[in-house]
Write a protein that binds this ligand. Structure first.
Ligand code: BES
Ligand code: MN
Ligand code: ZN
Length: 494
């Protein structure tokens, strides 16, 4: 799907469906409809009853505009009541409109840009992103696809305004790259465990690096063992699939290096502490943190941002077998510290411990890890906020701002000292579970035991990466969360 821009009067553009965005307004003609009259001429658009279309959030109506003898389809897309809708409102409306145009079997669609006075770039970016993400489906394994479902291939934006043209070109370039990176992350998450396992996850990263222009180094099990990464070796030993440790690098070393760490459990059965079978299939998405890191590196690299970013992804499959780790086993991690495995289903933290230790090599200015780490975080925040923990308020503020801008919102959970003793072990340096309460926080504390001397943020994306319902531009399944958040964060990183 391609986003394109044409510097001309929207009515001069050929497209199967024209789309215009309209505020909810009084029964009499709103300013927006006046705009349409200017565009199409008096009497070209039939008067529409407020009962048929009021411009409510996500409401749509199809009308026909007459241009001489020709009639064209014009889709009205509601924006809701706000006079100055947020980018998120545009993102959602664009998604709804794009899905509607697809259902109308359109091959091309034109977005008539609203009369924007400020933040034109953010609004256009949101429109492009919303349309591309709204149209996403994970359907490559569905043999018989309806022909028309594949037709829509171009979304055209048009305006005669020179200022809008400049903003639009920049915004659509960014939207295209970022949406494609989100889609890569969604495809990886949604791919089943028999397709994506540590070796194939590594292969996808290598291909992405080649395409986008960043380096990928893949360590195999021998190299992982030699480095003393006992968490990765331990968790993966129950699986016939060998582990991999992915090292991604974009840009030149600097004093402001950012390391991104992503949990890459390609399937999480729980191991010997096996999970119940209901919904276990969702655990094919337990590598969503890793997918977000690959997506972010691809986006940052294609956007050529002036930053130095390292991506670290410990990739394993967590399986029960005669070779699995047992409850009670003790592992030694990369930084020399030991952990008691009280529950083999708390595996994410065991592999992240090695990666967080390894991150110290880069003397990073910031380390951010992303992981579908705990069901407890889903209990606390549901699917609308990522749990954030960390050791630096300033860094967390920056990430929170990126979360507001992208609507991939993060919410801080406290790492108070009092929680630390919940993961005290009698036999090792730390225990991998903390009991019934504050499960997201005790997981965060476990990770904290393994960080180096750097500013660090842990993002628990268990609720936001794996969705149970369709939204406007999100579908049930993998959301690709983190890609837009991290790219926005890195765009402002100095
Ligand atoms: N991958 C799961 C966490 C998870 C659960 C993510 C539901 C998304 C949806 C993780 O490895 C896990 O199993 N965590 C355990 C930890 C517990 C054993 C301390 C959990 O949350 O139950
Ligand atoms: Mn688990
Ligand atoms: Zn897991």
């Amino acid at each position: 799907m391609k986003l394109s821009f044409q510097s001309r009067k929207p009515t001069a553009v050929e497209a199967d469906v024209l789309v215009t965005f309209i505020h909810q307004s009084e029964p009499e003609r709103s300013r927006d409809q006046e705009g349409l009259v200017n565009l199409f001429g008096e009497g070209a658009i039939p008067p529409l009853s407020i009962r048929d279309f009021a411009g409510k959030e996500n409401e749509t109506a199809l009308v026909y505009v007459s241009e001489g003898r020709r009639h064209r389809r014009l889709l009205l897309a509601g924006l809701g009541e706000q006079r100055q809708p947020s980018p998120e409102r545009y993102r959602r409306s664009a998604a709804v409109a794009a899905k509607k145009a697809k259902s109308l079997k359109a091959a091309s669609m034109l977005f008539i840009l609203p009369l924007l006075k400020k933040a034109a770039e953010d609004v256009i970016m949101a429109l492009g992103e919303g349309a591309l993400l709204g149209l996403y489906r994970f359907d490559k394994y569905v043999s018989k696809q309806k022909e028309e479902e594949k037709r829509l291939s171009e979304i055209i934006f048009a305006s005669e305004d020179k200022k809008i043209a400049a903003a639009a070109k920049a915004a659509l370039h960014r939207a295209q790259i970022i949406a494609e990176a989100v889609i890569l992350a969604r495809d990886l998450a949604n791919a089943p465990g028999n397709e994506i396992y540590p070796e194939t996850l590594a292969e996808v990263a290598v291909q992405s690096g080649k395409k986008a222009g960043y380096k990928v180094n893949v360590l195999n099990e021998k190299e992982i063992e030699k480095l003393g990464m006992g968490g990765i070796m331990g968790v993966s030993q129950g699986s016939t699939r060998p582990p991999r440790f992915l090292i991604l690098e974009y840009g030149r070393p600097s004093k402001k290096t950012v390391v991104l760490v992503g949990k890459g459990v390609t399937f999480d059965t729980g191991g010997i502490s096996i999970k119940p079978s209901a919904n276990m299939s969702e655990m094919k998405m337990d590598m969503s943190g890793g997918a977000a890191v690959i997506g972010a590196l691809e986006a940052v690299s294609r956007l050529k941002l002036p930053v130095h970013v390292i991506g670290l992804i410990p990739a394993v499959e967590n399986m029960p077998s005669g070779n699995s780790i047992r409850p009670g086993d003790i592992l030694r991690h990369y930084n020399g510290k030991t952990s008691e495995v009280d529950n083999t289903d708390a595996e994410g933290r065991l592999i992240l411990a090695d990666a967080l230790g390894y991150a110290e090599r880069y003397k990073p200015a910031a380390v951010i890890d992303l992981a579908t780490l705990t069901g407890a975080c889903v209990v606390a925040l549901g699917h609308h906020a990522t749990g954030m923990m960390g050791n630096d308020a300033g860094l967390m503020k920056r990430l929170k701002d990126a979360g507001e801008a992208t609507y991939e919102r993060v919410w801080e959970l406290p790492l108070f000292d009092e929680y630390e003793r919940l993961i005290k072990s009698d036999v090792a340096d730390v225990k991998n579970v903390g009991g019934r309460w504050a499960g997201a926080i005790t997981a965060g504390w476990f990770l904290r035991k393994f960080i180096g001397n750097y500013k660090w943020i842990h993002l628990d994306i268990a609720g936001t990466a794996i969705l149970e319902e369709n939204g406007e531009y999100n579908q049930k399944g993998g959301s690709g969360v983190g890609v837009r958040l991290l790219t926005e964060f890195l765009r402002h990183w100095k």
